[in-house]
Design a protein. Sequence first.
Length: 973
Amino acid sequence: MAAPYRRLLPPVLLLLLVALPLASPSSSAGDQAALLALKGAVTGDPASVLSAWSSSDPDHCHWRGVTCHPASSAVAAIDLPAASLSGTLPAALPPRLLRLDLSGNNFSGPIPAAFLASPTLRALNLSSNRLSGPIAFPPSSNSNSNSSSSSPPCPALAHLRLAGNFLVGEIPAALAQCRSLRVLDVSRNVLEGAVPRALGRLAALRVLDVSRNSLTDRIPRELGNCRALAVLVLTNLTASPGDQPEFNAFLGGLPQEVVTMPALEVLWAPRANFDGRLPRYRNGSCRLRAVNLGQNYIGGPVPKWLVECGDLAFLDLSSNSFEGSMPPELRIGCMKYLNVSQNLLSGPLLSPVQGKCSSRLSDDVVVIQYYEALVGIALIGNPFGSVLGDISNAALHDFSNNGFDGALPSLNLHLAGNYSYGLLLNSNMFNSTLSGGFFGFCKGASGVAVNLSGNRLSGSLDMLSNCTSLQSFEAGYNMFNGSLSPGIGGLHLLRVLVLRANNLTGDVPVRFGDLAALEVLGLSQNSLTGILPSHLADASRLKVLMLDHNRLSGSIPPSFSELAQLSVFDVSFNNLSGDIPYLRHSPDCSLFVGNPLLSRCLGPNASAPPSSPSNHQKWTQRLGGHMTKSKYLVVIIAASATALVSFVVAVLLFFVCERRKRAKIENFKKKMVVTFADAPPEINYDSIIQATGNFSIQNLIGTGGFGATYKAELAPGYLVAVKRLAMGRFQGLQQFDAEIITLGRIRHKNLVTLIGYHNGESDTFLIYNYLPGGNLESFIHEMGSRQVSWAEVYTIAMDVAQALAFLHGSCTPRIIHRDIKPSNILLDGELNAYLSDFGLARLMEVTQTHATTDVAGTFGYVAPEYATTCRVSDKSDVYSFGVVLLELMSGKRSLDPSFSQFGDGFTIVSWGRILMQEDRTSEFFSLGLWDTSPKDRLTEMLKIAISCTSESLAVRLSMRQVAARLKQLRNDQ
Ligand SMILES: *[C@@H]1O[C@H](CO)[C@@H](O)[C@H](O)[C@H]1NC(C)=O
Ligand SMILES: *[C@@H]1O[C@H](CO)[C@@H](O)[C@H](O)[C@H]1NC(C)=O
Ligand SMILES: *[C@@H]1O[C@H](CO)[C@@H](O)[C@H](O)[C@H]1NC(C)=O
């Protein structure tokens, strides 16, 4: 963030310098003192950046990073970005300072109030430091108007960048007094509360970025008064796991006034928890270029006025509940990125006649920089990724997973330049044939990837050979018929061709061997006949060749031994005969079954060369030994990550969505149980009711905030746990199914597995795997009478830490548990720990009416800031985890009766801290644990728990850090 404004400011600065009256030389001493105070506050300067800053050198205008006003020794700017400086910030600034840039250093502590009170400062950049505390603001001048300074604070401040620190508290409404503000960037902090409505008074504001905080509440409609606002970033999804995650979750919908702000060019709010609808009408011209509202809960139609936004090049409305048809005049061919996948859109996709696209650039450098950074990152997520190559010149249109029907559209690209183009139409209800018009985009594009899987398309595929820029074509699960055109062999860029599960007949054309780039060929489940052409082995890049479930005959040509990359070769269920040639990576005999005339498959090692197998071979052999064919799909993904991922994902999504649609329809039927991928067949409504004895108290194994849990033996030895959700709390929630299905996809070795659920009128329950070891609460309770070992304590701590780190950092969507406590941690027979109840608190919040915001946690475990403000962040979970860890080491409960002597509010946290301070740590641990454990590790674990329960959010560790520090304690004897 430092770069844009450094580049922008010099002209501004120059103008200002010229306009300023000459300074009196007397200010010089004060300026130098202020600089030396800055140096004095710096405690670390490994690069010796400030070494020449010294009172013995009177000419401070030549000190590194210092710029003075012309013909004066008054300091105008201090620029020390990315200088590895650490320390705190000085209390005062040089009196006529215009610009301070200390971004990208390691400054810590608070932002001195004097910074924002400076009458001259125009640009303040403190981004990417370790600053903490609230955004300190001088006492408001309107409440005590008789104070000495009658002028408003920060009269000149135009650029305020505080991103990437540990700032807490709310965004101060008093910032609205900085009337010159043009750029306000407070992203990547720990800010809570609402976006203040007072910000609507900032008439000059161009950029507002509040992403990656813990903000909640409604977006105020007053923000719509920012007539100049061009870039509004409310959330920003992380691209890499190391980044600060996004916890902003707003309430309600995006106000109409905000969506239709006249100057708005970039509106960025993916996964921001918005519901409601987009405004139907707007007045005045539209300047929008990039709109990202993906992964929200917005319904209603896609607004028709988008058609008038002539500069719109990026539109992401994916994973919402938009319905109706696409506005027919939307200039799709002018858009670099259009994603409306996973909605409820229907009707035909029309192909507007298009003239030239607008190529107007924004006239504001800052806007261009934001646009390019945001859009660039979003394109990295392009599902065709490496198939399409260079993403900077890729266009992507994703209409998948909707209910579009009728004929395939004719979408011609009108973008200037040579684009790679990805088009996803999979999982819809298109029912036409492939006409010449469909491939119109092939002519102008440098590379093309198309996914048509899961529609009702029919007719021949001959047209394919006319698209010479084709790199990937997937059209599985349709009704294409006829034979494969030999002309396809002329597509020299083709890397992926998947046509599984159609009605194709005829043979595999010999010319397919000419496809020098081909990596994946999937022709399974058709009615292909004839022999396997020996020439096919000349497609030397082949990694995946799936020809199973056809009627191929003859022998497998020995030339296939030469395919060095071939890792999946499936010819099962054909009429092949003769010997199986030696294949470099082909370990699994199940890929040859169903060919009665084929000689016996001798397994992986039989024909291997004498040289020792490569790692890859060992790996595939190990998998091949005990993997079923369906699981082999997993291997395919690993083996050809470049190519098949999108296909498999599409198929999976197709099934999930089919199931979702089905779930919706059958919701009315009372007995629907939705199960997830690995659910055994015994599970249905009746069997659950029967096995729990109609939720008989005899089978009750636990109760909690969300409902009671019952044990159910569905088949002899096969147990599940059934959580019957408390009536009323989740009743009639729109997003219930979608949310639960999302939870059902989350898998981690230390999370209980959600197997399925039932959402009926009279009953709602979730089905989990059953864990025989009870919960951690009983385990801790028993520590009073049973000695536990370091190994047991360590394993449980580590398991829970890993589960939480996963929920916070690596799973999609990220989940804050909010109710970590021993009764939510389950154990199996070997004392491995599993976290349960994750995602339910989120589910309630997402679906709750906005009036109630009660704290979801349990007294004794909730973090102090959560209890007092109801504002939640991942750090609240860390606090609760710390409490659990303290209980696990001490065998005492958070609010143990033995603490009552110390008075109200005394918890295990206070106790641990006192013993630690008084150097009496050994007294903290449960019976015998201290004597039998490695004492240094035990003490370190206590320290970790104490850091987890720190009141200061900045000091409190993150779950990743906790897991890493626990890992260092691993007993490696
Ligand atoms: C959004 O996130 C990306 C990836 O972490 C980051 O590079 C970019 O600067 C962020 N943009 C904004 C406007 O916050
Ligand atoms: C395709 O579907 C549309 C609408 O569902 C229907 O009107 C049309 O007759 C179908 N066409 C074909 C070729 O089946
Ligand atoms: C497709 O290519 C063939 C020859 O390769 C040509 O005869 C035919 O007209 C082309 N079709 C279209 C629609 O361009």
